[in-house]
Structures are given as C-alpha cells and as structure tokens.
Design a protein around this ligand. Sequence first.
Ligand code: EPU
Length: 358
Amino acid sequence: MAAAYSLAWDVPLHGWNTFHLDARARCLATVHDAAALPALLAEPALRNLPLMVLGAGSNVLFATERFDGCLVHLQSRSARIVGDEGDHACVRVDAGFEWDELVDWTLDQGLQGLENLALIPGQAGAAPIQNIGAYGVEVGAFIAAVHVFDRQTDAFDRLTAERCGFGYRDSVFKRAPDRRIVTAIELRLPRAGATNLSYAGLAEELAAMGGLESTPRNVAAAVRRIRRRKLPDPAVAGNAGSFFKNPVVTRAVAVELQLRFERMPVFPAATDAERKLSAAWLIEQAGWRGFRDGDAAVSAQHALVLVNLGHATGPQLLALARRVAASVQEKYGVTLEPEPRIVGATFQACPAEQLPQA
Ligand code: EPU
C-alpha cells in the first residue's frame, strides 16, 4: 500500500504560493489520506516543529525567507452526495478538492448556492477558515459541518455550523489557526430556488451577456467574467486576492465619515449597529492605486490587491501593506486588517512619519 503521507525537506515555495514568493520551508508533508494525520503528527522528525496547513497557497504571505517548520498539504479530493432531503442535498467534500472545480461539480449534480463563489482560488478545506465570500454570498450559509483533526484533543471531530462561529472573513478556525486541521466539509445545498443577485453588478453582467436568465450556471459564468475583469490574474502578477478586509465600523463612525467624504461607499454589516466600508475605495482615495515600489505594488486594476510584479520579497510586500494601512489610518482614522495569513511576522501599520510624500 502507498504511504499515507510523504515528507520533503528544504522545499522551495515559489510554486506553493500565489504571490510567487521565493521562500523555502524546512519541511513539506503531503498527506494522501487524512486518516494518517495522527501518525504524521507523531513523526519523531517533526517533533517540536511548528506545523501549518497549506492548501493552494492563495491566501498566504510568506514574510520571511524561510518557514522553519512543516507545511502540511492535504491531497484527498473526493466529493460525494451523503444525504438527500428532497429539495436539498448534503455533499461531503475532502479538503484537497479544488474550490472552483467543486462549484462546477455541484452545478453538475443539479445543486445550487455556490455559483456566486465561482473562480475563488484555493481548496475546499480552506473555504470555512475565512468563510470565503463574494458577490453577496458567504460559504458559511451552506456549510452544515466541518470535519477536523483537533490538535488540542488529539482526536478527529465534526463541528456543526453553530460551532464554527462564522462571521465576515472569520471563523473559529481562523481565530485559533494552529488548533484544527480541516479534513473535509459538508455542504447543504438547495436543488432549486432563486439565485442571489444582491450584488449590484451581477444583474448588469447578465444583461451584458445578452440578457441571460439568472440560472445558477449563468450566474457562475457572470461571476467568472466579473472576476476576470476586475481582479489581477495571479498567473500574470502574483497576488492573494484582497489584501485587506473591508473595515467594519459603528454606524455613527460611518455617518461621520460620510459627512466628510460624501462619495464614500457604505455597505450593510452583520448588525444594524455597524456598517462595512470599502477598503478598496479608502486605499484608492489615499492615492495608492497603481503605486509601485520595486516589484511590490498596489494593483492598478483593483486597489485592494497587492501584487508581486516579478521579484518582490515577502518583507517588501509587507512593508508596502503597512504603509498603505498607515496612510488610511491617518487620512480616515480607519484601521485596515490584512485578510491573508501572514507567516513569520505580525502585521502592524508603519508609523505616520514613514509615509511616502504624495
Ligand atoms: N473600489 C475602488 N477602487 C478599486 C476597486 C473598488 O474604489 O480599485 C470601490 C468601488 O466603489 C466598488 C467598491 O470598492 O464599488 C467595492 O469593490 P468590489 O465590488 O470589487 O468589492 P470589494 O469590497 O473590494 C469584496 C471582497 C472580494 C469579492 C468582492 C465581490 C473583501 C475583503 N473582498 O471586495 O473578495 O470578490 O467583494 O463580492 O471582502 C477576496 O477576498 O480575495 C476577494 C477578492
């Protein structure tokens, strides 16, 4: 029988992160079957090494040249229907299944719900960690349970959605990143019903596609067109999608800011006491869109995306992110938090005196 996991040492990570940074990892464990996780974690060679799960590397910034620990990559990638409730079905998907392929697979099964999340890079196992969301939908709305290996209790566990603590780009998995290794997710998806066109540009996109009906497949196609147009392609310019979360502020702060900056977009948040601001707008208005420092840049296509135009390093991208956040803090009094996982450094906005002169 093939080994359930394999170890590689001193591994170049260029192909393992969508920023295409030239970091290295002391060890990379490729896990072919999640049942082997307890054996892997008991490996003498890995004793005392920090472990970090790495999926497709699409939401991570390696801020140092070397990750002196072991990256764990889960490869299992089966998906199957495990429950049928008539108008809904439950599917179980291994962590290693590629997300965008999963969107198509569910549509092929006659299941809908994930169409607004088409073309998000990454693996299914990463989806619950930051509760991926786009075009008016968050995956948490469809997650029935998340299967994990819990390193605190040393046991496999199944967390129902209530235990996952989903919020905007947030979950219990993100708040305690070293505790649980996601091995599979269960999604409960409807077989029929209206698609979600709450994101303003979606209906317009369907109209521009020749007045297409808002079927799940057409919505997925529209989302893919919007993403391809708006977001830089990591194959062309390394990036990890949005680099900052959209800041959530109190309603009073949003009202006060809108009095000062009347064109500032404001969106609803989880509670009526809060509002979500557009980080992209704040960054663009602070003059950063298209700014370039060597090969580290703020995308000219979308101000929320930091890009590696060639040979930027993790520290250079992090320094740029800090400058962007500090200038938004200074101009608007709003704190930007990074969205990707930053490995090897903590994020702190740089002091105002180091800001570039506009
Ligand atoms: N805007 C600018 N400048 C720009 C881009 C956008 O001012 O360069 C303003 C526009 O006013 C626009 C507003 O920002 O109306 C919102 O832009 P967009 O619709 O592109 O969405 P976003 O808030 O910037 C979020 C997610 C994206 C997701 C889109 C669509 C976060 C952190 N990002 O971006 O997710 O695709 O909404 O739903 O919530 C990701 O997480 O990696 C990601 C790409």
